[in-house]
Unconditional design. Sequence first.
Length: 340
Amino acid sequence: METNKAAKIIRRAGYAVWAAVFAIALSGVARYEALAGGDNQPAKEGEAMASDTKNANWRQLTPEEERVIVRKGTERAFTGEYTNHKGVGTYHCRRCDAALYRSETKFDSRCGWPAFDDEIKGAVKRLPDPDGSRTEIVCANCDGHLGHVFTGEGFTETDTRHCVNSISMVFKPDTSGAPPATAKAIFAGGCFWGVEHYFEMEPGVLSAVSGYIGGHKDNPTYKEVCYTNTGHAEAVEVTYDPSKTSYETLAKLFFEIHDPTQVNRQGPDIGPQYRSAVFYMDDEQKRVTEDLVGRLRAKGLKVATEIVPASRFWAAEDYHQDYYATTGKEPYCHFRTKRF
């Protein structure tokens, strides 16, 4: 009899222990739901469901896109789809499709990621980075991670650089049917690698192509220009948007990124193919160039730059195009010197 009583007491104690454990478990679940914002109460009409609908409209991300956009990762430098992209249009958030940047604000900062000096108003939100020193930028619509923003570097007049992961964006070309008006200018100032490099970073420039001009042989090769006296100069054909910049602005840049007083050379590069020359497309370009040369000579510079009408421009071999952006090297004989 005593044995049966003892057994009942033990069983009751065991039930009590299990009941206590179960109660603690339920309490933990309730606490977790409260912290997560879920209280098991039905959503009020137009509240929680609105958020779910919004998320449903977002693009499904790949694991790599999620690593960058959601988990705030970074793609490797110089590997992104849009690092050297020059299309005319708008860059949108890859996750929610909100418009972020216009192509005219994009510039080449040589940082290894797409760079913009301004965003579409209200499209980008700035947040303190967890590292305590940088400023993170996210899509203002969905909080998707874009990259970081830097100021005080002096790349453009806005003094701002949005350093953005290509994988965080989708580019949409301008399909208005009316392509922007463009104009061309051709400058020769030594090795075309450095000249092209500086013009590609200039706001308003749509493209800068290295090539040859001013010689007597059709479609010359690099070796022919260097070793057989074809008469060509290494030059860069600049295509620009006149609504964003002007020929005078570009010509001033040209005279500031090379030494216009050197004859048939530029720094360590010697030969007539490295001569300083402006190949003007019309009388207005000729007038502007002559005016700038006059201003430089008034400052005491013995300008040797040739001013001649443009002849046919021949694009150089592919391995000469975007040379510094492709190789990651820096110009060795072109440095900007303020002259105006």
